[in-house]
Design a protein around this ligand. Structure first.
Ligand code: PGA
Length: 250
């Protein structure tokens, strides 16, 4: 009943011309009626990638934004700007934003709210660090990130968001969580949302991210609460991304 979503996160890779070329190649990948495909591209490429992909079912997203309509925020990009360029999704609170740019749970909550205010789907990222994982704090960290990150949301808006569980120790390391580890956290997330927002929890898509590749996508997608993937490195090459998009049901 939940439509799978495979999202690429290009991070700070591909110039606008490389991105446009890649978008042309993306047009050749197999489209599955019952799956959503999304590419979250760098700001300068949103417009050209959206133009190339218009008329296809491949969706375009941003990787970040500032939670205000406009204003004196030198160097920042607003929800209105990304939307007008063709983005319908935005990643909020990626661990690289949390760690490198010191984004807090409260600031991320503002981004989630701003995205919804502009009818952009936020992908709220949560995930524990290696240290937190080893200290047995995984569930408490996820709970804190979710409670604060979703604090402005009401019962009706919760259905419009996507959550991505990305254990920080699995991002870009080649070490993915086992399907069972990921499933346990995804189930925990869904239960937490259910406690706070009731039945809406059953329609929310929860993606797994962290070293997703052609070799592990099928077993991850076989888990009951894994509704898709947020893919970094493996989304940069057409061969690996199209294989992930075309995951097999096992
Ligand atoms: P990775 O990145 O697939 O390269 O581990 C995932 C992410 O950061 O979203």
């Amino acid at each position: 009943m939940r439509r799978p979503l495979i999202a690429g996160n290009w991070k700070m890779y591909k110039t606008p011309s490389e991105a446009e070329k890649f978008a042309q190649e993306l047009k050749s990948i197999d489209i599955y009626k019952e799956r959503d495909i999304l590419v979250c591209v760098p700001f300068p490429a949103i417009l050209s990638v959206s133009r190339v992909l218009s008329g296809t079912s491949i969706l375009v997203g941003a990787q970040n934004m500032y939670p205000a309509k406009e204003g004196a925020y030198t160097g920042e990009v607003s929800p209105l700007m990304i939307k007008d360029s063709g983005a319908s999704f935005v990643i909020c609170g990626h661990s690289e934003r949390r760690q490198i740019f010191k984004e807090t749970d409260d600031f991320i909550a503002e981004k989630v709210k701003a995205a919804l205010d502009y009818e952009i789907t936020p992908i709220l990222c949560v995930g524990e660090t290696l240290q937190e994982n080893e200290a047995g704090e995984t569930f408490s960290v996820i709970e804190r990130q979710l409670r604060t990150g979703l604090k402005f949301l009401s019962g009706n808006t919760i259905e419009k968001i996507v959550i991505a569980y990305e254990p920080v120790w699995a991002i870009g390391t080649g070490k993915n969580a086992t399907p069972q580890q990921a499933q346990d956290v995804h189930r925990f997330i869904r239960k937490l949302i259910e406690q706070n927002y009731g039945q809406s929890a059953s329609c929310i898509r929860i993606l797994y991210g962290g070293s997703v590749k052609p070799e592990n996508i099928d077993i991850l997608m076989a888990e009951a609460d894994i509704d898709g993937a947020l893919v970094g490195g493996a989304s940069l090459k057409i061969e690996s991304f199209s294989r992930i998009v075309g995951f097999q049901r096992i």
